[in-house]
Design a protein around this ligand. Structure first.
Ligand code: KG4
Ligand code: ZN
Length: 334
């Protein structure tokens, strides 16, 4: 067994994070600095501002991660960093910090895929077996991924337009909630007694892809129509209708993939895994179908560097290191 110490950095979007993880499993520290308060006033993440905030925070966050872990720099065996996907300017800040540290300490650099991180967040708390299927849902991603064995990823379905979290945030904005609105819509939906009937985007019968922009438009149309007619549209009924439509499609396609690929586990990961309705519906369906469902604790579902260390650990074991001239790749494929 390896009990190497990896210092990992994650700066792909609006969280500046650094973590120290031993042996791919033991989290010694996982420091996360969120920029939400800064971006809130603009109703979403402003890339240029995100980059600048990463520059301001990264050194402090790294120092804090080392300090909280109770290690010295000399204890670090490798430096891991998110190479992509994400905002290019934001990724660059993490990459420069990681390269500098790896060079100064003369230890390997390990470039990591952000989604591999979300998936392998599960390994920090659960035992993963293969084959398995992961449903990755966040503000930037909606993917169904088949893991035939450790470290192998095959994306079988993805969103053709908005990511789930993005659709939540847009619907939330039309209901006048602040950014990020996902949790507000979730809460409102759970308080509703009825659901406004809205369409489900199944796409082609055998497709594992998703689409949420039509649903989002249907929500906006319902709001506009009610306004024009001077009618009161109950926001809770609307939120519940939206949420039910999203969840039904996510659950159905995930379960279909589990059976089609003989998966021994279903993994739910990414920020939208916080959604109470989604967790409950997926758990109920998995119980019915005898499919073990793994969900990391919330602190490991949203963007954090410990998950990047967990994914990097697999590469460490195989000696898959990156060159010091590794480039940030906003469209990096899994
Ligand atoms: O994984 P994450 O922290 O960042 C990305 O990599 O995107 O996910 C953030 C997204 C936001 O769009 C936020 O609105 C959404 O996750 N989210 C939720 C809930 N909590 C967070 N969406 C629906 N219901 C929730 N309870
Ligand atoms: Zn993410």
């Amino acid at each position: 067994a390896c009990d190497e110490i990896i210092l990992a950095i994650e700066t792909s979007c609006d969280e500046t994070s650094a973590a120290v993880v031993r042996g791919g499993r033991e989290i010694l520290s996982n420091i996360i600095s969120s920029q939400i308060e800064t971006h809130k006033q603009f109703g979403g993440v402003v890339p240029e501002i995100a980059s600048r905030q990463h520059v301001e925070s990264i050194t402090l966050i790294m120092e804090e991660a080392v300090h909280k872990a109770g290690i010295t720099l000399a204890d670090i065996d490798a430096v891991a960093v998110t190479q992509g996907p994400g905002l290019v300017g934001a990724l660059l800040v993490g990459l420069v910090a990681a390269k500098s540290l790896a060079m100064a300490l003369d230890v390997p650099l390990i470039g990591t895929h952000h989604i591999a991180g979300h998936i392998y967040a599960n390994k920090l708390v659960h035992t993963m077996v293969y084959p398995s299927v992961a449903l990755v849902v966040s503000g930037g991603h909606t993917e169904l991924v088949v893991l035939e064995q450790e470290g192998s990823f095959r994306i079988i379905g993805r969103t053709r337009d908005d990511a789930v979290g993005e659709a939540y945030d847009k619907v939330a904005r039309s209901l006048k909630f602040p950014y990020p609105g996902g949790p507000h819509v979730d809460k409102l939906a759970q308080s509703a007694e009825e659901a406004l009937p809205l369409p489900r985007a199944w796409l082609e019968p055998d497709s594992y892809d998703f689409s949420f922009s039509g649903l989002k438009s249907a929500v906006l149309a319902a709001i506009n129509q009610a306004n024009m007619k001077g009618l009161m549209l109950d926001p809770a009924t609307l939120a519940r209708g939206f949420q039910e439509s999203v969840i039904e499609v996510l659950v159905e396609k995930a379960i279909r993939a589990v059976h089609a690929y003989d998966a021994k586990q279903l993994l739910l990961c990414g920020g939208v895994a916080a959604n109470g309705g989604l967790r409950a519906a997926l758990q109920a369906r998995c119980d019915e179908e005898n499919v073990p469902l793994l969900i990391p604790p919330m602190s490991l579902c949203t963007d954090n560097a410990a998950m990047i260390a967990a994914a990097a650990h697999l590469k460490w074991e195989r000696g898959q290191f990156s060159e010091l001239d590794m480039k940030a790749d906003p469209m990096l494929s899994l």
